[in-house]
Design a binder for this molecule. Structure first.
Ligand SMILES: NC(=[NH2+])NCCC[C@H](N)C(=O)O
Length: 470
């Protein structure tokens, strides 16, 4: 294999050792590489600036530099048919069967980006006593089990990470607990591998989500703590700090509903997970943040009112961006007779907002100057569309413009091929990373038949922290 030295490796990072090592191991960084020595002084300075900036997401497709993942562990095997739906799963899934699919995703992303494993970051953060204390207090208060604190405080950081992920079984040591229908005093976090939802980077700031379901609260508290304390990520301020504080069912927001199309355009799902009240707060927070940054440009938010169905919990289950002007869509809800309503909010820098209902999402995008040609998830047949969308067939993840990861869905992939994409398996790409250097649009497929039964796809499993601008 061709060995390539990438300019990123030449910058001396001051951050934690493990992260630096990861940078160095990642010698090959995808298609746009150049030898450091071939860069002009200006280009070098620009690259150094870029690598200094710790977080920044201004599009759905900019070349990926840093991404959060969580490789699923034993926590996914703690559910039973009885509690599966409460734990937000479509079915009982087996750890061994999802490992391979997730490992493919991670290997492909590691070829092009720094991959931050959330459990490793959490372990590092738990070494900071203030962070550990704060996180434990918050999680245990939310879960109503503050009595666990003394025991958990005594754990090593790695044991504590494991315990937070796999939960604590309720001790049957009183009549009340003996008769309780609960299994856990501290609920496990089997949804952790859906990294997308619990926090998000919008522009140069972070949103700590407020999850719609209490079984996921702890996940966003974990992310909030990582962004607050981790040397690699801290210091950016929160755009919206929704993870902690009073529970208000009218105020919930999850990352699967937020798509950053450009600096001046967001798509937002109004769904069973994300409420209008939270989106109002997000828009106001953006107005303030942009004013702070001296940004005098107006911006737009397109709000898609999603049906409340299990397979459309988030906007990214019916619409994901695959290239500069192409998106994979679930046609019935984006274009068809049953299409979702879309409300456009035009926001002036002085905070003035104008609301208008637009015809559909694609025309709404046009109305703000963005062309997106839809590629139908499942192809043209309603039967295939429904089956493949159910298994997260519209949920693709872009790691560069026109470079996308998808599950293997025959009809969706065929539609993508007709739209100009080449299809390659993750296995081939991992064996021959130079395949990623192609100039043509590319879809890398990962095995997802078991992963999708957790309720999401490649976009749901990734949380981009840093992307190049497009
Ligand atoms: N961005 C997404 N579509 N995420 C899917 C999350 C699935 C997860 N089981 C949940 O219900 O929360």
């Amino acid at each position: 294999m061709l060995t390539v030295r990438v300019y990123f490796c030449h910058y001396e990072w001051n951050w934690s050792r493990s992260l630096k090592m990861k940078e160095e191991q990642n010698e090959f960084r995808g298609s746009n590489f150049r030898f450091w020595d071939s860069l002009s002084e200006n280009e070098k300075a620009e690259q150094i600036m870029k690598s200094k900036s710790k977080i920044g997401v201004h599009s759905e497709i900019g070349k990926l530099r840093k991404v959060f993942l969580h490789s699923p562990g034993q926590e996914v095997e703690l559910m039973t048919p009885r509690n599966a739906s409460e734990l937000l799963y479509n079915d009982i899934i087996y750890y061994k069967n999802i490992v391979a699919g997730h490992a493919q995703l991670k290997s492909v992303l590691s070829l092009v980006s720094t991959v931050l494993e959330v459990s490793e970051c959490l372990e590092e953060v738990l070494e900071i006593s203030q962070a550990r204390e704060q996180l434990l207090d918050q999680i245990l208060a939310f879960q109503g089990c503050p009595e666990l604190k003394t025991e958990l405080q005594s754990f090593s950081s790695s044991d504590l990470v494991q315990t937070l992920l796999t939960g604590v079984t309720l001790k049957r040591n009183s009549l009340e607990s003996w008769l309780s229908s609960k299994t856990f005093s501290l609920v496990p976090l089997p949804n952790m591998y859906f990294m997308r939802d619990t926090s998000m980077v919008v522009g140069n700031r972070v949103i700590a989500s407020r999850m719609a379901s209490s079984v996921r609260y702890a996940e966003s508290l974990i992310m909030r703590t990582i962004y607050e304390y981790h040397p690699e990520l801290k210091g950016h301020g929160l755009l919206l700090d929704a993870a902690y504080g009073e529970v208000d069912p009218k105020f919930t927001i999850e990352g699967g509903d937020i798509l950053v199309i450009s600096e001046d355009l967001l798509l937002v799902g109004i769904s069973e997970r994300t409420t209008p009240k939270a989106v109002d707060a997000l828009v106001n927070a953006l107005i303030r943040a942009r004013a702070e940054d001296g940004n005098q440009e107006p911006f737009n938010v397109l709000c898609v009112i999603l049906p409340r169905e299990r397979s459309t919990i988030h906007l990214d289950m019916i619409f994901t961006v695959a290239n500069k002007e192409q998106a994979v869509v679930y046609s019935p809800y984006v274009l068809g007779r049953e299409r979702a309503r879309v409300v456009r909010i035009r926001v002036k820098p002085d905070g003035d907002k104008k609301f208008k209902e637009v015809e559909d999402l694609i025309l709404g995008l046009r109305s703000v100057g963005v062309r997106m040609d839809p590629i139908p998830c499942g192809g043209d047949e309603p039967l295939h569309q429904q089956r493949e969308q159910w298994n997260s067939g519209a949920n693709l993840f872009s790691f560069a413009p026109g470079k996308v990861i998808s599950y293997i869905h025959e009809h969706t992939l065929r539609a993508c091929e007709s739209a100009g994409f080449k299809i390659m398996s993750a296995k081939d790409v991992i064996k021959h990373p130079t395949l990623l250097q192609s100039n043509y649009p590319l879809i890398v497929t990962v095995e997802g038949s078991e992963l999708s039964r957790g309720g999401g796809g490649p976009r749901c499993m990734t949380c981009p922290v840093l992307r190049d601008s497009v």
